[in-house]
Design a protein around this ligand. Structure first.
Ligand code: FUL
Length: 509
């Protein structure tokens, strides 16, 4: 049964959203309500014209964001604290948020998120609403504010700034007393959203390890979202939020078929929570369904939303710093593989780099980030298609495929669902990476494609893929060729491409 829009859009938690809050939560063309009796073809066309909001587009174009897990767990050497830890344990001796942001920036990261409050409830800022915070720690004589230091460093270094605020709070006496805790949470959010300048991302974790006999807290998400939209209208709200979807794994591997347009059901808070961490014995979670937005998945959806994937993974085995993991920092080559399977699969990578007990990111992590960035820069410095001759439908738009401007793009003249673009290089070249970008400002459309090269009189397949979205990267065994063709084998509406590139992947050292 189809339902009216009012009950659909984030009415999922049970509440009915008034028109004013709906307008605040979603942007125009950010969702599509499917009329009762729509044909499968009409649903597919509707899906092809859902587009990101301005805040989602900005976020997607960052490609690389950083997570800074730092807090009480750093000092107790744990992943999940239980909230009984004494604030006196928090005492970094050399904390330098400037170094955190610089190190992330040197790795190509464009925005960082600080764990302002993790599940143990300890606040990295001197919240007026609890004693469980840095204000009762020996650090800077109780006058310190980690959130401020990170926010200031981001502003000084032209980096985006985000906050992680755990809904699950194992310290707060209000947790489980729903109305009181929601007010407490609103007060904390207000502090974070009003005292630190612009906030670009608010990250709500779905984790909750209370178990069946534990405290039952009903979060008033819609009230939290309305506050964020009012105080920080350009911030994306991630995971337990309407703008950014958790990809479903903490491995760094996104789906090979990743649609940013999915049935609205994917935003149901109870579903997100059920798929999040629930076990106090911490283990990275893996909750990947293979595909969320194919024709089969959307055909009966009452509404579709632009809800893109964020791939979060730690540079170390744990989210927080542990000395025993110094030898297990991911190598530049591992980070490169993660880049290909996250950014290269229509996702944004959220890479966690945890500062240590002194309050600094370790040299091991910084060196890996530098090596990774050098390999990325070297790989993508030279698009081998740059001086090729492009032929096919609307070939006069070929320059748009090869320039560095995302906003300019190629498309077919009609409402085609297939197309072939041919590229003739001045001479044969060796490559092992294909990179494609759709212009998502008009929608995500491509469903299947193949890259082929000419070998004598034959055309041979180099690689095939399904979705493209904001960015798709395919890595394959090196091929030497001069004549290539990109075949779009299926598209929901006339396909668009902002960029096509062939590269030779540099070695990561
Ligand atoms: C999970 C949390 O339980 C982990 O501690 C970590 O913060 C990760 C990013 O999200 O749900």
């Amino acid at each position: 049964m189809r339902q009216p829009l009012a009950t659909l859009l984030l009415g999922c938690a049970g509440a009915l959203l008034p028109a004013a809050s709906r307008a605040q939560l979603y942007a125009k063309n950010n969702y599509a309500v499917i009329a009762a009796g729509s044909t499968p073809a009409a649903v597919v066309r509707a899906a092809a014209t859902v587009t990101p909001s301005a805040r989602q587009l900005r976020w997607q174009q960052l490609e690389l964001t950083g997570f800074l897990h730092f807090g009480m767990n750093t000092f107790t050497n744990k992943e999940w604290g239980d909230g009984t830890e004494s604030p006196t344990l928090f005492n970094p001796t050399a904390l330098d948020a400037g170094q955190w942001v610089r190190t992330c920036k040197a790795g190509g990261i464009k925005q960082v998120i600080i764990t302002a409050k993790h599940h143990d409830g300890f606040c990295l800022w001197p919240s007026k609403f609890t004693e469980h915070s840095v204000k009762n720690s020996p650090w800077k004589g109780g006058k310190g504010d980690v959130v401020r230091e990170v926010a200031d460093a981001c502003r000084a270094q032209d980096m985006g700034f985000g906050v992680y605020l755990s809904p699950w709070d194992r310290n707060s006496p209000y947790f489980g007393d729903s109305a009181k805790y929601n007010n407490y949470f609103i007060n904390q959010l207000t502090e974070l959203l009003t005292n630190y300048g612009r906030v670009d991302e608010v990250w709500f974790d779905g984790a909750n390890g209370e178990g069946p006999t534990g405290k039952k807290q009903v979060y008033d998400f819609n009230r939290w979202y309305a506050l964020i939209r009012k105080l920080q209208p350009t911030a994306v709200i991630a995971v337990m939020g309407p703008d950014v979807r958790w990809v479903g794994t903490e491995s760094g591997e996104g789906r090979t078929t990743e649609w940013s347009v999915v049935p609205l059901d994917a935003q149901r808070q109870d579903k997100v929570a059920a798929n999040s961490q629930q076990n106090v014995a911490f283990a990275p979670k893996n909750m990947m369904g293979d595909d969320l937005g194919s024709r089969a998945k959307i055909k009966d959806a009452p509404a579709l939303v632009w809800y893109p994937a964020e791939v979060d993974v730690s540079i170390r085995p744990g989210w927080f710093y542990h000395p025993a993991e110094d030898s297990q920092v991911k190598t530049p080559a591992q980070l490169l593989a993660i880049y290909n399977s996250s950014v290269g699969r229509n996702g944004v990578l959220l890479l966690n780099i945890p500062p240590d007990k002194t309050g600094l990111i370790k040299q091991e992590d910084a060196a890996s980030l530098r090596g990774w960035k050098a390999a990325l820069d070297q790989t993508y410095a030279n698009n081998l298609l740059k001086s090729s001759q492009v032929s096919g439908p609307n070939a006069q738009q070929g320059a748009a495929l090869l320039d560095a401007n995302y906003a300019t793009y190629w498309t077919t003249p009609g409402r085609d669902t297939t197309a072939t673009l041919s590229f003739a290089l001045p001479a044969p070249r060796v490559f092992d990476v294909l990179q494609l970008q759709e212009n998502i400002t008009v929608g995500q459309r491509i469903e299947r494609f193949a890259l082929e090269y000419q070998s004598g009189t034959e055309w041979k397949t180099v690689a095939t893929g399904t979705t493209v979205g904001y960015k798709r990267i395919l890595k394959f065994a090196p091929v030497r060729a001069q004549h290539l063709r990109l075949r779009i084998l299926s598209s929901r509406l006339n396909p668009t491409l902002s960029a096509v590139g062939l590269y030779k992947q540099a070695e990561a050292k």
